[in-house]
Design a protein around this ligand. Structure first.
Ligand code: ABU
Length: 369
């Protein structure tokens, strides 16, 4: 995969440095749908967060490549995102090509891979540290290797690199008694993964400088959160939050910080009164209903990908061009939007936030609460 490494970073901050979602973006990894493989429907971890309306897609294509036309259209949109970022002066890096159709075996199970489309799920950059998540889907066990050359390059340039212990993902890691139809038992949210081994995806964390919010989900458990907390140490406060998403997997369609003091919330899952006290002095902005109908090609996600945009800095936000109500709302609140087509990427399970991971944002590690 070609990337643009021709521009050299300004050197007065580390090569890898990102503390929040809104500081000026200087370098970013953008994923790829090249070689993407459709998961099997009978995979319980996939079923737990997959909309029932998408079952036909997994039954038809499970274990096979995504249809070529879907891959091509999504990759065109990714290339468009890369061009917009490059034109804004952001250095864009891309993963290596990897054959996700190869079946691999561990002592407990076998699987094919998924894709390298969503680096946000794998890598959490906290200041100068890249945290590589252990993941919780078998088809994502080796996904980080598509990014390995990049991460090694960043390591050689001085970044810290923590890789969390991977779960065996053996049968007892998943809960046989879990049913997506029963999201709560006695008021307690249920998840398909157990607590018997460490698990988290990076996209269940959202960074506000020295405070980081995280949710338990169908890919992130309490042990995983504790692992991150201990490794980041006392300089950081890791706040566990829970909202109304019945099948949570990744927090970046639930709450999205826009800049210090402004938080966008998904009103169908987050009630203002349920936000942690941390936000008592923040302006809370409710996102408008998504434009894309939920019965369409959203195979892997909720319809709230509308909120899964990418901030270039605290005033400029790259958004999906069809999300007119969101664009209007953001502009009303003083942000400049940069609309681009990204609808064809949605069926892979995310939008621009998922499709990227920050490598460098120019700013300081601060407290915002
Ligand atoms: N990977 C982000 C998807 C979150 C959601 O389904 O809303």
């Amino acid at each position: 995969m070609k990337d643009d490494n021709s521009k050299q970073p300004k050197v007065d901050i580390p090569k890898v440095w990102s503390c929040n979602e809104w500081d000026p973006l200087e370098e970013v990894i953008v994923g790829s749908t090249e070689g993407a493989i459709v998961p099997m429907w009978d995979d319980v971890s996939v079923q737990a967060t997959t909309p029932a309306h998408a079952r036909w897609f997994f039954e038809k294509y499970g274990g096979q490549p995504f249809p070529a036309e879907m891959i091509e259209k999504a990759n065109q949109e990714l290339d468009g995102l890369c061009k917009v970022l490059t034109d804004l002066g952001v250095i864009v890096r891309r993963p290596d090509a990897m054959d996700f159709s190869n079946e691999y075996k561990t002592p407990w199970w076998s699987s094919r891979g998924l894709y390298s489309a969503m680096p946000r799920d794998i890598f959490l950059v906290v200041a100068d540290t890249i945290i590589e998540a252990p993941m919780a889907w078998r088809n994502r066990y080796f996904e980080s290797f598509a990014f390995r050359n990049l991460i090694q390059e960043y390591f050689k340039a001085g970044a810290k690199w923590l890789t969390a212990p991977k779960s065996s993902m053996a049968g007892d890691f998943y809960r046989n008694d879990y049913s997506p139809e029963v999201p709560y038992i006695n008021g307690e949210k249920q998840f398909v993964i157990s607590e018997n081994q460490i698990a988290f995806d990076a996209a269940d964390f959202v960074r506000f400088g020295k405070d980081i919010l995280v949710q338990k989900s169908n890919v992130t458990n309490a042990m995983g959160i504790e692992w991150v907390r201990r490794h980041l140490g006392p300089e950081f406060n890791i706040h566990e939050v829970e909202f109304g998403d019945e099948h949570p997997m990744h927090i970046d369609t639930t709450i999205v910080p826009l800049c210090p003091g402004k938080l966008l919330i998904n009103p169908s899952w987050v009630k203002k009164k349920d936000l942690p006290d941390l936000f008592k002095d923040w302006e809370i902005i409710e996102a408008p209903e998504p434009v894309m109908p939920y019965d369409s090609a959203l195979y892997f996600s909720s319809d709230w990908l509308t909120m899964n945009f990418l901030s270039v800095d605290d005033k400029h936000i790259i958004v999906e061009e069809n999300e007119k109500p969101l664009i209007e709302l953001l502009e009303k609140h003083g942000f400049k939007t940069i609309p681009i087509p990204f609808r064809n990427f949605y069926p892979f399970g995310g939008s621009m936030h998922c499709a990227t991971t920050d490598i460098r944002r120019r700013g300081k590690l601060e407290k915002y609460f």
